[in-house]
Design a protein around this ligand. Sequence first.
Ligand code: HPA
Ligand code: ZN
Length: 339
Amino acid sequence: MRSTESLRDFCQGLPKAELHLHIEGTFEPELLFAIAARNGVPLRFPTVEALREAYAFTDLQSFLDIYYEGAGVLLHEADFFDLTWAYLLRAAADGVRHVEIFFDPQTHTDRGVPFATVLDGIERALKRGEDELGVSYGIILCFLRHLPEDAALATFEEARPHLHRLVGVGLDSSEVGFPPSGFQRVFALAREAGLHVVAHAGEEGPPAYVYEALDLLRVERVDHGVRSIEDPALVRRLVEGRIPLTVCPLSNTALKVFGHLRDHTLAGLHEAGVVVTLNSDDPAYFGGYIAQNFLETAVALGLDRATLATFARNSFEAAFLPEARKRELMAEVDAFVAG
Ligand code: HPA
Ligand code: ZN
């Protein structure tokens, strides 16, 4: 048994999948400055430290404003490769064995960067990660919900020649005022094309948005979903349907969804029987990669190692992977826990 090892080492070594990770949110200030310099893109922050100091968020929108600004220095295939490769090195060191990466093509195509440039760079790094680090992957295209559905439909048509390279579509960006119901047509097209579907819902938005994501978009997982606990019937529905939540604890405290990790609803959701997974969301901005999310959550909520191992098994259950690969990865969790 692994009783003598530190909790930090346990959290890092535990095999896991990361299912809620925005690749643009892994942009560390040092890399951002390096890519801005090589691309000749001016920044309004004089130093890495000054940029980091601006990461004092009050809500989701205050984060998104700076996140989109940072993504503005990404221009070339090599930029998307470097960004993704840097993330994969961190993730592999944190015990990540499978990753499903979100990317926001509209953030880039609206600046004139071709869709294929973005996808080519991300995918090249992921292929290398699979070969050299043993981390399998899926790519999820997210539509920006603060833009009209027509823009999402145009993006989907742009993506059509590349759909075989994607595992699914998602919905992100500003939540309140932009409910899932506005994106039914584009999600129907994605489902018809055989893609998996997920959506951010119930992060800042009410349980009604989670219902809309389930009933109108027919999502298979809910990203965040932490406000679901306000509605016992919704919790029952998540439990009975084994609909996973991709919870991001450090994101939720950084964006003031909860005042403190000890106030987080994930333990209550887990105890109610919901398939909870832990993820880092935008780790360069929220103070930690996935193992740090496991560690700080365990400490704040008093979760034992068996519960953390359950979250890891849940992440493989919730992944868009063939059953055989899921079983193989879950066996890795069992072997790790047994020491
Ligand atoms: N919520 C919504 N949109 C996002 C997030 C998030 O946590 N991260 C990046 N885009
Ligand atoms: Zn997110």
